[in-house]
Design a protein around this ligand. Sequence first.
Ligand code: MRU
Length: 345
Amino acid sequence: MTQPTICWSNGSIKIIDQTKLPNKFQYLICRDVKTLWLAIRRLSVRGAPALGVAAGFGVLLGCKDFLGNDRPKFQQHVKKVCDYIATSRPTAVNLFYVLAEMKKVVDENPLATVKDLKALLEKKAFAFYEEDRRVCRKIGDFGQALIHSGDKVMTVCNAGALATVDYGTALGVMYSAKRKGKVFEVYSCETRPLLQGARLTTWELLRDKIKTTLICDNMAATLMKQGKVDAVFAGADRIAANGDTANKIGTYNLAVLAKHHGIPFYIAAPKSTFDLKIRSGKDIPIEQRRAEEVRGFYGKATAPKNVGVYNPAFDVTDHQLITAIITEYGIIRSPSAKNIKKALR
Ligand code: MRU
């Protein structure tokens, strides 16, 4: 995408407000950490890699008004800012990875002054931004080999430019396939409750002139049975050491369906989405969101106000259901603890 999803601009964070898409293309300017925190919570900025970049810039926001040269106080301040940003959303590990790296900048430079540390933190935050742009294109380069002209591929949620700085992971694979001259079609699952597939993925793909058909989530099985799906591509919020993958709720459904119909199921994600400290998907924290998101639709009630609701934002797909994970290091086929360790070493 020509405009980045998120960038640092004049001492503020400028993000494309994704709650407004596809009706309005509008920027949201975050001048303080609280505004960023709320933007993350309400999904104005979302998607695991974009959340990582947001966390890095968020630390800059939180530190820009720190006055004085008291290094220990600054160290404490950085920790406090990081701890606060960490409470915004629990599942995407990219957010926690970047925060830990930002804290390390301070911890590992004991002789640096506050001014030096601010400069080092800025350099680091920008490095995450640039790394995301580079890594997504690498994922696209590797993954495009899995798409062939004439294919019909399915995706869920939005793992595109809007979920990263400007290219995407699962959709990045599609952009790279298109750049190679392949002609294919995409089925985008709408992704209830917050419709990232309907609102964001279709908007992005149509902008790139990729033929896209929107389906309700419960139509995927029928399409697969009719032989209309050649592969499924999804992103990830956190991948455990054994390859179990947390992604938007509904991803697991697609993986089970794909297995039943003999369709390859691919996850596309950068190394920063792997949490190798977590052995299996059982240990991945899953965000639970507000009941109103399920009881209503765009502000309109679709269910009785007093009905109970279950609203997990993510599910976990067992690694046995995943044909391969596409990373910037290559394609990890039959993901397992051993294969992942070898590939990411
Ligand atoms: O709740 P969201 O919109 O942040 O969920 C995002 C996803 O599930 C994406 O598929 C994932 O973060 C990968 S984005 C490249």
